[in-house]
Structure formats: structure tokens, C-alpha cells
Design a binder for this molecule. Structure first.
Ligand code: ZN
Length: 299
């Protein structure tokens, strides 16, 4: 049981029926033949439907349920070293799109990532992950690389198909039948909007008015705004949850800022827009975190 979707060119998104996480495979050919990971060379399969952690890249960081994965391109095929900047195209773009659309990614680990790999096997399928975040940074070889924070997927909303319900017939006698169950499986990945005490303080200071576009959303329950951490919380960024790292934004601007659609310059002008960040005398913004976010945007 799980989430599976077939897209136009035959690529399977999500679980492969009959293959459980933790299953071992002999080689890339077997991963390809079982439709787990199409192709024999690339780390990112078409549509970003799956990735293989092979251990060859110095910038990858595998923490188990969280992987900081380095994108593809710009490498010397012989040494594996970065010799040019990576672009947001091909597999890198596919992973970014999976992030925006909440599409899961199958993760496979090679021998270098699996200390107890059984004799005769070289890969393990480790289940569905989600692309939680992506950004640019300068890699260890001095070139810009794309990085992806890939987390063990949490399937929050799973609407079963009729064949999943073995007790379907008898259940209909006692209560409502299954006709109103959606036929389409849904995978919903919640957008986590953190709002701590300091975040609430920032929002109140700005009167729940977006610091980049000036809009104030009003609902029946009152004004609504979101707190946005300029340098993201969590690994590998480890931004602080302090007011100097927080903006009060409307949901639209929050998404655009997190997705690196614009950045804020050191003089607080907003890149790409003919305006400045709205400020409050009690709420200073740290230049360090602004510059960190600028670098994530590839500045
Ligand atoms: Zn806004």
C-alpha cells in the first residue's frame, strides 16, 4: 500500500508496487529493470522520480532521514570534482519542481552509504522522500552547486482506492458506504509555518502587514501574516530564531522569498522590485542573514 502514479512517458512516481523499503539490489541494471531508478548512469532519474546516493560526491551529506543532496552537472567525469557552476536544468530542475508540487522521490543508497550491505548486493531502496528545500551555495571545489534538503516523506492524507478495502462489502451493511471516498489518491505535504513567540512579536510590531508588498490580510478571526526566517532554520543552514532573522510576510511573499524568487539587498532594497523593505525602528535585520539568503539565490 502506498502512493503510485504513472506519468505520460511511463515513469512511475512514488512507490513501486510489491517493493518495500529496505530491499537490496545487485546493480543499477536491476534498479532500472524493476522501474525503481531509470537509467544506468545518472544520480537523478527522469522527472526526479528517484535518486541514487552513490557516495561519489564530496558535497553530499547523508544523515539518514535527512539528506543534503548535491545536484548534477559541472563535474569532471574522471575525477568527480566540480569544474563549472551547476545550472537549474534537467535533474536539478526536476527536483526543484518536485519540491514545488509535493511529488515524492524514491531514494536508493549505494554501498558507500550502507555499512552493512549484504554480500552480492550494491544498492538498497530506502523508500519515499520529499524535497523540502533547495538553494545554491559554493561547493568545496569553489563552484556554485545546487543543494537539496531531502527528507523522509510523511504521507499525511491518503485516500485509499476501493481495492485497499478488503472489508468493503461487510462495512456497507452497518454504515455509510464508500461511494464518497475520492477515487484519486492524494499526497499532501504540509507547509510548515513556524511561529514562535519572537515571530508573533515581529508580526504584531508590523501590524501583520507584509514587509515586502505592504498588504495586510484580514480574516474573520483577525489579521493574518507569516513569519519568515531569512536564514532558514534547520540543517544545514541552522539560522537562529531571533527577530533579526525574521520577516513578517504575507503568504505570497513568503513563498517567493523561500523559493528564492527575490532577495533583499544590503541597503534593504528588494531585488527585482522597485521598492524597499518596510522596516520598524524596534526591528533590526541582520546583514549577515540577508547576505546568507542572497548567496542561496546565487548572488
Ligand atoms: Zn507580501
Amino acid at each position: 500500500m502506498g502512493y503510485t502514479e504513472t506519468i505520460a512517458d511511463g515513469t512511475l512516481i512514488g512507490d513501486i508496487p510489491g517493493i518495500r523499503p529496505g530491499t537490496f539490489f545487485r546493480d543499477r541494471q536491476e534498479l532500472h529493470d524493476k522501474k525503481l531508478h531509470r537509467g544506468l548512469q545518472r544520480g537523478i532519474a527522469p522527472h526526479g522520480s528517484s535518486i541514487v546516493l552513490s557516495g561519489g560526491y564530496i558535497d553530499d551529506d547523508d544523515m539518514g532521514d535527512v539528506i543534503i543532496y548535491t545536484g548534477e552537472g559541472g563535474r569532471d567525469p574522471n575525477t568527480g570534482r566540480q569544474i563549472a557552476d551547476q545550472q537549474l536544468i534537467s535533474g536539478n530542475k526536476a527536483l526543484a519542481e518536485n519540491h514545488l508540487n509535493g511529488i515524492p522521490v524514491r531514494v536508493h543508497r549505494g554501498t558507500a552509504h550502507v555499512p552493512d550491505m549484504p554480500e552480492g548486493f550494491r544498492y538498497r531502496y530506502d523508500g519515499l522522500y520529499r524535497v523540502a528545500q533547495y538553494w545554491q551555495e559554493v561547493g568545496q571545489d569553489g563552484f556554485k552547486i545546487w543543494r537539496f534538503r531531502i527528507e523522509k516523506a510523511l504521507i499525511l492524507d491518503y485516500a485509499p482506492q476501493p481495492e485497499d478495502s478488503a472489508a468493503g462489502e461487510s462495512a456497507r451493511i452497518d454504515g455509510p458506504n464508500g461511494n464518497e471516498i475520492p477515487q484519486r489518491r492524494q499526497l499532501t505535504i504540509a507547509r510548515i509555518v513556524r511561529s514562535t513567540a519572537v515571530g508573533e512579536w515581529v508580526k504584531r510590531l508590523h501590524g501583520f502587514t507584509c514587509q515586502t508588498c505592504g498588504i495586510q490580510l484580514t480574516t474573520m478571526a483577525g489579521a493574518y501574516a507569516e513569519t519568515c526566517h531569512i536564514k532558514p532554520l534547520g540543517r544545514p543552514h541552522n539560522g537562529p530564531d531571533i527577530s533579526e532573522n525574521i520577516l513578517c510576510l504575507c503568504p505570497n511573499c513568503h513563498v517567493l522569498f523561500d523559493e528564492l524568487a527575490f532577495w533583499i539587498n544590503d541597503d534593504l532594497s528588494i531585488q527585482g522590485l522597485d521598492r524597499f523593505l518596510r522596516v520598524h525602528p524596534q526591528h533590526a535585520i541582520s546583514p549577515d542573514v540577508l547576505q546568507y539568503h542572497q548567496r542561496m539565490c546565487g548572488r
